[in-house]
Design a protein around this ligand. Sequence first.
Ligand SMILES: [Zn+2]
Length: 91
Amino acid sequence: MGSVGRPKLKLIGRRFKRLKVVEFKGVTSTYPHKSLWECLCNCGDVIVVTGDNLMTGNTKSCGCLRKYIAKRTVRKKFQEYWNRGNHPRIV
Ligand SMILES: [Zn+2]
């Protein structure tokens, strides 16, 4: 309704993977102006994300998700290594 150029506040309360949008924080100071949203992550951290990153799925967590995936990948690799009979010597 004639809200061109105005922030879309409908993101508040929406969930994007591990992030829940809690507050509109204004727009970026550089062009193109992007809306900024304060989000609460599942782990309890609060971060500010641009609406773009939320909606495209670029940002799915405060960063803890990436750490979690990395940890799982390492464990999987170790399991494969172990299953091949390469049992490391425990010292
Ligand atoms: Zn997190």
